[in-house]
Design a protein around this ligand. Sequence first.
Ligand code: HEC
Ligand code: HEC
Ligand code: HEC
Ligand code: HEC
Ligand code: HEC
Length: 398
Amino acid sequence: MRRIGWLLALGITGVFASESINPKYADSSKCMPCHTEITKSWKSSLHAMSHYSKNELYRKMIHYVSKKRIQSFEQVEIRCAQCHNPHIASAVSDSDISDASFGIASEKMRKSLDQPFMKDGVNCIVCHNIEKIHFSDDPGKRGKDTIQWGPNDTMVGPFSDAKSPYHKTKSADFFKKDPNKLCFVCHYNERSPYRALIGSTGIEYQSSGSKTTCVECHMGAVKKGHAVQVDLGGRGTSGKIRELRSHLFAGARNSDILADAIDLSVMRKGQNVVVTLKNRTPHNVPTGFGGRQLIVTMKALDASGHLIQREEQILEARYLDKHGRESIPHLAKDVLSDTRLKPNEHRTIEFKVPAGSNEVIVDIKYRLIGKKWVEKLNIEDEMFKKEYPVASIQMQIR
Ligand code: HEC
Ligand code: HEC
Ligand code: HEC
Ligand code: HEC
Ligand code: HEC
């Protein structure tokens, strides 16, 4: 049976003991009254939008994959949920899974996937209930399959002396000494069903030899402050000044992190301009989701400011499906090409400047997904259509 084989390959048979989540800790609204600043920051991050009900691109991709693979929406979603909604392990039972794997989308399954703690995405208790991480580079074992959660009432974090009137506390290395381990649970070795590598931020990072951790850039510099914004009248340690980072998980959409991605310089060389891009990050740019693009544009203007030439290069990964047609990452069998900047790479691109040019403008922009797929998947949300500025230089030619 192919489908049983598929389930075994993912290692999800039998593992799905459907323990229930204690409603007192289930979703971020429960943490908001005390950890107000943290919860607000987290809400603006993509971790809070990883459920299909909150992310149009993700939802439409699940539909597209399910159509192409002749599987139900739920069947595909279960696979994606490993990382996008790892608490699926607590939401659905073995029999729900086998129903879904045979294409029966039961009402019960639908309801399980739509519970509040599922809709909350990669939420507080996904990370802060973790007792152990069994890191594996096996692509079949990602997200929830490498996490061992402890009791819901125990919040695991960076401090060894925290006391809270609402929950028990515990400290762990993967919040303080080795936080990359936590990020690698999901940002590492993501494969398509045909085993093409489509998400490799952690692997890229390891190849760079960087000592700067993910949280130093994506949760910002350490700042002194309070982990809690209510006065707990001496019952907790809310008065303590702590060293904190931000829960923004900064990306293109909720921060200006793109401004730190690339050093751009432009030089004249005969009839050409030489553009140098220096990747300042220890992972690819763009990294993460395989649909991202970096667009490098050269515009030449004449003395009266009219555009006389425009050229562009797109840096991206492209994929082929099992029929050899260009495909979205999640249906890829092979990588067709990959022109993304490698960790710390310096890349030069030469553009020919036409005679009569007075001024050259070189521009770098970032797209969450290429135009072609925006059209094909019928994406409407502006967030996925717009271009995000990265860097720009203007140069006088004479
Ligand atoms: C993707 C994993 C992840 C998620 C989701 C997450 N956190 Fe954290 N949290 C961390 C990491 C990593 C640290 C340690 C940051 C550092 O170095 O200070 C942390 C630290 C904390 C701390 C200690 C204070 C601090 O800033 O160091 C509190 C309290 C906390 N988180 C609460 C929450 C709450 C509440 C939510 C949900 C609104 C949440 N976290 C969501 C990873 C996560
Ligand atoms: C009634 C207020 C209150 C609520 C509600 C609350 N907490 Fe806390 N929490 C605290 C206090 C107080 C501390 C200790 C802060 C300190 O020592 O600086 C704390 C500490 C933490 C820590 C750090 C633990 C450590 O040892 O490093 C984490 C993680 C955390 N809370 C997560 C959560 C999450 C997730 C929720 C929601 C499910 C939540 N808290 C709800 C008050 C609260
Ligand atoms: C349980 C799985 C999981 C863990 C653990 C996790 N992430 Fe994520 N992360 C995701 C998913 C899934 C998304 C994409 C959500 C979406 O776009 O809908 C994401 C998105 C992000 C983004 C935003 C990308 C964007 O487009 O804005 C950043 C930055 C990020 N994660 C950093 C981290 C860091 C740093 C850590 C470690 C402290 C971490 N993540 C831990 C699953 C995880
Ligand atoms: C030196 C700072 C730095 C470090 C360290 C770093 N990043 Fe990044 N990261 C960036 C910058 C700048 C960008 C924006 C450019 C891009 O998309 O590649 C980015 C982009 C991302 C994105 C895509 C965000 C989006 O909007 O699509 C993800 C996901 C991500 N990083 C995860 C990680 C993880 C996981 C680690 C650790 C293994 C890590 N980063 C380490 C600086 C850093
Ligand atoms: C191994 C863990 C993992 C699995 C399994 C996974 N994803 Fe993701 N996905 C991520 C991470 C991490 C990110 C964030 C990377 C970034 O933002 O660049 C992400 C981001 C995305 C995004 C970008 C969303 C946005 O808002 O920009 C889409 C779309 C997506 N995934 C679709 C899927 C689909 C569809 C599946 C199932 C067929 C799936 N993913 C399975 C880890 C995973």
